[in-house]
Structure formats: structure tokens, C-alpha cells
Ligand binder design. Structure first.
Ligand SMILES: Cc1cc2nc3c(=O)[nH]c(=O)nc-3n(C[C@H](O)[C@H](O)[C@H](O)COP(=O)(O)OP(=O)(O)OC[C@H]3O[C@@H](n4cnc5c(N)ncnc54)[C@H](O)[C@@H]3O)c2cc1C
Length: 428
């Protein structure tokens, strides 16, 4: 054994780093050294999915538990100094949500969401077209047949500031960081627990293992017989360069559910856009049937071909952006890339203890992990520390819900004829 740790966190993305920081704080308050928590990443901090997020933090969410967690996370981001000992610059832009006017109240589904969020203390309220025009730059097209909801508490950050904050918080909180250190396998103890994490830089003993390896998890744990139903769904990002003179007062985040695209103001006067997750079970199952993920882990994400946008995809995005922004046809394509959402069969997190391995705890799979990072980190510390209110919240996201029966049903929903989808996926 090369070294022993209290906790080893696999994955230095935003979730793994957040978990390590909160656990280090917990154990140092209990008399251990903070350096007894070790984050291992096979590449560098923030080089996985966390290298490609849009830096948006908003609490409004149709899933009530996720909304409450996002609200708590927003508060933590706003007071990061108190929680992580480092600060981060927030751009308090608010978010304008745009939906189709379905008549009557505006949009019945969203008005219901407004009421349920209000009960949870989340400010998300319908806004008139006139008021919506007031908070947007002139080039944003807002139409009579649309309805508008405003979330004033939403904010955005520059992802490069997030990465700096992750490094600074690892250092400030005394966490041990092993970069370019790949987890290769595990040695199990007599109770079936993970006694040793075998890495490319030696064997590391531990009491707890946090799995924050996102879409690499299935490949990492395959050898232990622990299945983890996580996959990835590709999504494209485009940045349109606009005139700095057109955005004097900034722009709110625009969650455009008419055109199915998110927009935010990006560095250097750009409008950044990408589409939301697809929510159809067929699309989700297709992602799971792509066998490359289980063989290689999610490494194909970093393929250089993902660092550009194809011509036809760019045209699709240009058309979508033009519907919302009157200045797009006079602007410049700045940059674009293909990125990936981490997804589970029900598109919800996998959080908390694994029912098959006593000292293994998961934190992954939300598709929107960046914004939740501080709260999920604190939740992981509660699991290690013996429980707490956040851990109670997390129970509904346990991996045990994906029993064989669940997965059988999942596949049966997409099999028109036997294995048709898998055959389709294999040919992709
Ligand atoms: C276009 C786009 C925009 C997005 N925008 C937002 C947004 O605005 N707000 C938001 O909240 N979310 C957003 N997301 C989602 C967000 O990017 C991800 O959910 C989040 O980054 C996942 O973080 P993670 O820590 O779980 O995983 P990762 O960042 O992928 O971390 C996993 C780490 O594990 C490491 N690893 C893998 N295998 C091994 C191994 N064998 N040994 C050691 N380490 C290993 C990897 O190198 C990696 O660093 C967006 C996603 C996309 C695609």
C-alpha cells in the first residue's frame, strides 16, 4: 500500500472537487487531517464534462426536490467564501423563461410551476411582454403569442473562474490532489468494501470512496460487477460574436422553451447558445445503446473533432438564434463545440451509498451538475459523517432504484422489435 486515506474521491470535476472540500472540512473538524481526503483525476481538475458547461445557476425546475437543492446550491455559490473559503464572481443577470401562450392563464403548465416553486420560496413569476422588453436588449425578439416568466435569483459565472475556484478551494481546504492519476481497479475487503483503490500512481488505501467520475463510472466499476447506468447525450454549443455596443445593459439568461435553446451573454460580447437535454425515452435509450461508452469510458468526449461545429449544425443553430435575436444575421460565428450531458435512464441524479459496496458513495448523473456542486458536496460529507438533512433529500436519488426490473422495463419501452434500438445504436 503506497498511502492510506480517509476518503478517496474519484474524479476532479465540479462534483468530485466539491465533495472532497466538504469532506475535508468535516473530518478536520473531527480531528483528522484534511489531507486525508484525496481527489484523483486521470487528467486534470475540471477537464471532463466540467470543462464544457455554460456556467448557469437557476433554481426553477419541474422536479421539486431538484428545485430545492438548486435553491440551496445558489445560496452556497453566493456565499462561497463561507463554505469553501474562496470567492467567485457572480453575474446576477436573472433568467427570462419563454414559453408558448396556451391561452387562459398564459401557459397552464408553467403557471402551475410558478405556484409550486412559490411554495418552496423560489421566486419565479409571470411577467408581461412590456416588462420582459424592459429587461432585454433591443435585439431580443419577444412575441405576442409567447408568455414570460422571470427568475430574478438566477445568475451566471464564467466557467474559467469556476475552474480557478476549484483549484483554490482544494488548496485552501488542504485536500490532497493527485492529477494524471488514473483509477485502474479496486481491491475488496472481507465485507465487500473497497479496501484499496489501484491507480496508475500506486495503490491507495481508504475508508470511503466517492464516485464522482460521471460518465466514466460504468467503465471504472465494470470489473467489480457494479453496474452504473450513466451515459452521455451530445449537445452542440455555438457562440455568436455581437457588437459590444448592442449589449450596454447586459442580457438576462434566456431559457427559450419555444425554440428549445438556452442563451446567455458570454465573454467578449458573444451570445452563447445550446439546446436542452432531449427528454424522450427513445433518445435516452439510444445514448445507452452506444457501446463505445462502456468500452472506453467517456474518453471520446475529448476527441479533437468535438472542438468544432459542423456546417449543417451551425446552420440549424443560426436559424434558431435568428428567431430570437434580430441581429444574428449580421453577426459572426465566433466558436462552437460538441459537448455532452451526463444522463441516467430517468434523467435524475445518482446520489448516496451504493447498496452493493458498503463504503462506496455516488455523486453523478444529473446533466446539470455544475450548479448543484456545493450542495451535493455538502451532501456527500453528510453521508460520510453519518447523515443529515441533505442526505435525507438525497435518498430518493439512490442507485438502488435501477434494479434489473427497472432496466428491463426501460429497454422494453423502446424495443419495437427485439433489440432494434441496440442494433441501431451499434451502427452509429
Ligand atoms: C453544453 C452544456 C452546457 C452545460 N451548462 C450547464 C450549466 O449552465 N449549469 C449546470 O449546472 N450544468 C451545465 N452542464 C452540465 C455540466 O457540465 C455537467 O453536469 C458537469 O460538469 C458534470 O460534472 P462532474 O463533476 O459530475 O463530471 P466531470 O466533470 O466529467 O468529472 C469526472 C472526472 O472523472 C475523471 N475520471 C474519469 N475516469 C477516471 C479514472 N479512471 N480515474 C480518475 N479519474 C477519472 C475525468 O477525468 C473527469 O475529470 C452543461 C452541460 C453541457 C453539455
Amino acid at each position: 500500500m503506497d498511502q492510506n486515506f480517509h476518503t478517496i474521491v474519484i474524479g476532479g470535476g465540479c462534483l468530485g472537487t466539491a465533495a472532497a472540500i466538504s469532506i475535508a472540512k468535516l473530518i478536520s473538524a473531527r480531528g483528522h487531517a484534511a489531507s486525508d481526503v484525496c481527489v484523483v483525476d486521470k487528467m486534470v481538475v475540471g477537464s471532463g464534462l466540467s470543462a464544457r458547461h455554460s456556467g448557469i445557476v437557476r433554481a426553477a425546475n419541474a422536479d421539486p426536490t431538484a428545485a430545492v437543492l438548486a435553491q440551496k446550491a445558489s445560496e452556497m455559490w453566493a456565499n462561497l467564501e463561507e463554505h469553501w473559503g474562496v470567492g467567485i464572481t457572480l453575474e446576477n443577470t436573472g433568467a427570462l423563461w419563454i414559453a408558448r401562450d396556451t391561452g387562459g392563464e398564459g401557459n397552464a403548465k408553467w403557471s402551475g410551476l410558478e405556484r409550486s416553486l412559490k411554495e418552496k420560496g423560489i421566486d419565479f413569476a409571470q411577467m408581461s411582454l412590456t416588462d420582459a422588453r424592459q429587461i432585454c436588449p433591443e435585439f431580443v425578439r419577444l412575441n405576442d403569442d409567447e408568455v414570460f416568466y422571470y427568475e430574478p435569483g438566477a445568475f451566471q459565472v464564467d466557467p474559467s473562474n469556476v475552474r480557478e475556484a476549484l483549484y483554490a478551494a482544494i488548496k485552501t481546504n488542504g485536500v490532497t490532489l493527485r492529477e494524471k492519476c488514473e483509477v485502474l481497479g479496486f481491491e475488496r475487503g472481507p465485507a465487500g468494501d473497497i479496501a484499496t483503490v489501484v491507480t496508475s500512481a500506486g495503490s491507495l488505501g481508504c475508508r470511503y470512496v466517492i464516485n464522482a467520475a460521471g460518465p466514466w463510472s460504468p467503465a471504472i466499476f465494470a470489473g467489480t460487477g457494479v453496474s452504473i447506468p450513466v451515459s452521455v447525450e451530445p449537445v452542440h454549443v455555438a457562440n455568436w460574436l455581437t457588437s459590444l455596443n448592442e449589449m450596454p445593459a447586459g442580457m438576462p439568461i434566456i431559457a427559450d422553451y419555444v425554440n428549445l435553446a438556452y442563451f446567455r451573454q458570454w465573454r467578449d460580447g458573444e451570445i452563447h447558445m445550446h439546446q436542452p437535454r432531449k427528454r424522450g425515452i427513445r433518445e435516452t435509450a439510444r445514448a445507452f445503446s452506444e457501446s463505445p461508452l462502456s468500452v472506453l469510458g467517456a474518453d471520446f468526449m475529448n476527441d479533437p473533432t468535438n472542438q468544432a461545429l459542423g456546417y449543417s449544425q451551425m446552420r440549424v443553430y443560426e436559424e434558431l438564434a435568428r428567431r430570437r435575436f434580430s441581429n444574428i444575421d449580421q453577426t459572426v460565428y465566433g466558436s462552437g463545440y460538441r459537448s455532452f450531458f451526463d444522463i441516467t435512464p430517468d434523467l435524475r441524479f445518482i446520489l448516496g451509498p451504493d447498496h452493493r459496496v458498503p463504503n462506496l458513495i455516488h455523486s453523478l448523473g444529473s446533466g446539470q451538475a455544475f450548479k448543484y456542486a456545493p450542495v451535493l458536496g455538502a451532501m456527500m460529507a453528510e453521508y460520510v459523517g453519518g447523515g443529515g438533512p441533505l442526505a435525507d433529500f438525497g435518498h430518493e436519488f439512490s442507485i438502488s432504484r435501477f434494479s434489473d426490473g427497472y432496466m428491463g422495463e426501460f429497454w422494453s419501452k423502446v424495443q419495437g422489435r427485439e433489440h432494434v434500438l441496440e442494433a441501431e445504436g451499434a451502427g452509429l
